[in-house]
Design a binder for this molecule. Structure first.
Ligand code: NAG
Ligand code: NAG
Ligand code: NAG
Ligand code: NAG
Ligand code: NAG
Ligand code: NAG
Ligand code: NAG
Length: 766
């Protein structure tokens, strides 16, 4: 997809458009590395891993040509950024090329990876998800009471009403984390809601020593972290809106869960050395759930900081939710499909924000806009301009202009209207990613083709056409909803194509949540400020899933991260609020396929009681890694263990979804692909499940057995799914599903199936 450089952009997309770059210094300069070490090689003279790493660093600096690089003092040296305890065996440090090569020859050295920089990828949404105080997940889970959600983000605005702790339980006694004061944040600002706040910026400072010290606080001056954390677990706030838009009460998905913020996102940059340190700390502190709304480019799993950190979290039973990315709608745009996390795509809700456009004949239509000023355009002449990009705009005068745009010139049209001295603009658009570009600096709105026709025909018929525009309007009950966001990243994932990603979608388009009241909303002259803001992105979808995980965790504290994921995926919705299959904005509003929507749209009420679970253990993930042709060294950077062998390997992880590649160069034969799965009965002891398969055209699907009869709770039964088709299928993606229908329809355990001819691209293996 060609991307356009756009004058307007919703906040979140400003973040996302920032280029993803590595700050490689010239070869003489030092650079930050994540260094993996083999802990079993640690000489016995060292009391702990930290002193071994420090000593190793000290000894290589002695041999380097720049002996002044390290200052050996009792607390270690300034170029030793972090010692990691849980996420990897190793440390991060700033090293010159000479030091790096000396380190490579040091005992216990496994590998080194240059520090990477990641990018960041809200409140009717709980209601849209069906959460209510009468029945279902909220009352059953006590609103996520007592569960601790840790977020890796840009900090918090502690004064936000969404962090008030009314009705919260005391801080759990198992909690070992704390709030750390700094120049702009005081530990005393924490409470029973906000129980941990810390900053991780050694990686940042190593890369950018000139960074403004006064801005290095856990306080969120940018907004992303306040937004994501209050989506997951914000308290109830009676009236919230973004200067009038999306007005209503604001509430998080798990309003009685606790929040711990680990600040790693600084001016939209997150360094992998800081991320590893943050997850290390979160594991130490005792979080139950981690939400990560940021990501890196394509890296093999063994060099992917989030894959590495989340593996350690998974082993400790911590559920990790991660945004899929905002690089859709092309294929292969989920850069990191980590098999032990949940990858979350983004979709819309049933709300529209914008302006009411009332024509002189009394007919009114709704236009989408986030023009912030509290102003209306009273009855003004309205004209249709064929080419709004041309120079005549200046001659039109104080009128409302209607532009018929298409995907190629709409931004030129927009520029023409903005720079002409007209009163306002109405843009009739075909498709496009309007949710990202609603932030007009002058009175303007987007309308659909259908509404555009109405306006044009009125102009055509009337001798003196007029219109008025009233801004700051919000409409609810919009149909159809949800719709998968245009920008939401699509699978397959290049670094693990065998697992279908994204896993599911959650609300991400125009979500209202807390915002620093000092942070600008648009960047335009005469800007607006608001304690709540509307943002779009998979960054907003991810904490919804973290919140739902908190609800599930409250009810089923013993469930593994894989079990929680399975519960969410197998109960996800596939139909929208009109009863039709959920559509895909990026796919021309056709039904979304599994590479866009995963298993479907998250349904928290159903996720508490899925009937069957597809579980997976650390050993299962190791077998998967073994089958990916990584070296033992590469695998051990993820698993931190050298005490394993790849005697059993399998790409066929016990996962609640299926992806099969039928992508040979030519279709001149039939191939069969077989998947084996084991489900655990967590519903009634005596349960019978019948398989229901959908037709997949040229791919024939079968399941054996097609009936599963359980006699007790926690009993496991296995089945085999076979896909037979031509070695190359015709369609890009053929979608299907396998649904186990239990106890006459009481349980519906659905798994999506994707058969695709997409070519497997190299996942960055070097
Ligand atoms: C650094 O922070 C201070 C205090 O917030 C501010 O006044 C100053 O402009 C900042 N400098 C830069 C270069 O951002
Ligand atoms: C939002 O404000 C409008 C106008 O004041 C009001 O009619 C509407 O009920 C409000 N919506 C919500 C959800 O509070
Ligand atoms: C917007 O302007 C109208 C009329 O000028 C006024 O009554 C209203 O209170 C204003 N609303 C806001 C949110 O400032
Ligand atoms: C305007 O009206 C004329 C004559 O009635 C018609 O031919 C033309 O198609 C109309 N144009 C639009 C845009 O409706
Ligand atoms: C691993 O290597 C073997 C042999 O080269 C190849 O057949 C197989 O497809 C590879 N597996 C993966 C997951 O790349
Ligand atoms: C691999 O590990 C398994 C389980 O720990 C063990 O039974 C087996 O003997 C090992 N194989 C080799 C070749 O070391
Ligand atoms: C398809 O044809 C090619 C060359 O003609 C052959 O090498 C390949 O084995 C065939 N594949 C199948 C699945 O028959």
């Amino acid at each position: 997809m060609a991307t356009q450089s756009l004058p307007q952009c919703l906040l979140c997309f400003l973040i996302l458009s920032l280029s993803h770059f590595l700050t490689f210094s010239s070869s003489q300069l030092s650079q930050t590395y994540i260094v993996h070490m083999d802990l079993s090689s640690m000489p016995k003279v060292f009391s702990d891993h930290h002193s071994w790493y420090s000593s190793t660093l000290f000894s290589i600096s002695q041999h380097s040509s720049s002996p002044t690089t390290f200052t050996a003092d009792t607390t270690g040296n300034s170029n030793h950024l972090y010692t990691y305890t849980h996420v990897i065996h190793g440390f991060s440090a700033k090293l010159t090329p000479t030091e790096l090569s000396a380190l490579r020859n040091s005992p216990g050295f496994v590998s080194s990876i240059p520090d990477l920089v990641g990018k960041a990828h809200t409140t009717r949404t709980p209601k849209f998800l069906g959460l209510n105080s009468q029945s279902g997940a909220w009352p059953q889970s006590n609103y996520g009471k007592g569960v601790i959600i840790g977020l890796l983000d840009s900090g918090v605005w502690p004064e936000s009403e969404s962090y008030r702790d009314v009705g919260m339980l005391d801080v759990p006694s198992r909690w070992k984390g704390k709030c750390v004061s700094d120049s702009a944040f005081k530990a005393s600002m924490c409470n029973k809601k906000l129980i941990g706040v810390r900053s991780f910026n050694k990686g940042l400072i190593a890369h950018r020593p000139d960074v403004n010290i006064s801005s290095k606080s856990s306080r969120d001056n940018q907004g992303h972290g306040s937004h994501t954390s209050t989506i997951a677990a914000g308290s109830f706030v009676k009236s919230a809106s973004m200067v009038g838009y999306a007005n209503g009460s604001a509430i998080g998905v798990a309003p009685l869960a606790h929040i711990a913020m680990y600040k790693v996102l600084w001016d939209d940059h997150a360094y992998s050395s800081d991320i590893l340190a943050a997850v290390d700390q979160a594991i130490e502190d005792g979080v139950d759930i981690i939400s990560i709304s940021l990501g890196y480019g394509e890296n093999p799993l063994y060099e992917d900081p989030i894959a590495i950190a989340s593996f350690a979290a998974m082993e400790k039973g911590i559920f990790v939710s991660k945004s899929a990315g905002n690089d859709g709608p092309g294929w292969w745009t989920v850069p990191s499909g980590i098999p032990w996390t949940v990858s979350v795509g983004a979709s819309s809700i049933d709300r529209e924000v914008g302006a009411t456009i009332t024509l002189g004949n009394g007919v009114s239509v709704f236009g989408s806009t986030l023009f912030l000023a509290n102003s209306s355009l009273a009855k003004l002449p309205i004209v249709h301009v064929k080419n709004c990009a041309n120079d005549d705009m200046a001659k039109i005068g104080y009128k409302i202009v209607v532009c018929t745009t298409n995907d190629y010139d709409e931004w030129d049209d927009e520029y023409g209207v903005r720079s002409g001295n007209v009163a306002g603009g109405i843009f009739i658009i075909k498709s496009s990613q309007i949710e990202s570009y609603l932030q007009f600096s002058y009175p303007a709105a987007f309308v659909t083709q259908e509404d555009g026709e109405l306006i044009l025909s009125y102009i055509n018929k009337s001798s003196n056409p007029t219109a008025r525009m009233d801004f700051r309007k919000t409409r609810l009950g919009i149909k159809p909803a949800p719709i998968v966001g245009y920008y939401s990243s699509r699978g397959p994932s290049p670094n693990c194509p065998a697992i279908l990603k994204p896993d599911l979608v959650a609300p991400g388009t125009l979500v209202l949540a807390a915002w620093p009241p000092t942070s600008i909303l648009t960047g335009y002259q005469g800007d607006y400020y608001s304690p709540y803001a509307l943002l779009s992105g998979t960054s907003m979808a991810c904490p919804h899933v973290a919140g739902v995980a908190a609800l599930v965790k409250n009810v089923h504290p013993e469930w593994s991260p894989a079990a929680i994921r399975s519960a969410m995926m197998t109960t996800a919705d596939t139909l929208d609020n009109t009863g039709a299959p959920i559509k895909d904005h990026g796919g021309g509003f056709a039904p979304a396929d599994p590479l866009a929507i995963g298993a479907g749209h998250i349904n928290p009420n159903k996720a508490l009681n899925p009937g069957l679970i597809y579980d997976a253990s650390t050993e299962d993930y190791m077998r998967l890694l073994c089958s990916m042709n990584f070296t033992m060294k590469q695998i051990s950077t993820i698993t931190r263990s050298s005490h394993f062998n790849c005697s059993t390997k399998s790409l066929d992880l016990n996962y609640p979804s299926f992806i099969a590649f039928f992508n040979a160069d030519t279709a001149n034969g039939t191939i069969a692909q077989v998947f084996r799965r084991t489900v655990t009965n967590i519903g009634e002891p005596m349960s019978t499940y019948i398989a229901d398969l959908t037709d997949m055209g040229e791919v024939k699907v079968s399941v054996e057995p097609s009936k599963l009869v359980f006699k007790q709770k926690h009993q496991k039964l296995s089945y085999k799914l076979t896909l037979k088709g031509p070695s190359r299928v015709h369609d890009r993606v053929i979608q299907g599903s396998l649904t186990w229908v239990g106890n006459g329809g009481k349980y519906v355990v659905r798994s999506p199936i994707a058969a695709t001819n997409l070519q497997i691209i190299d996942g960055g293996n070097d």
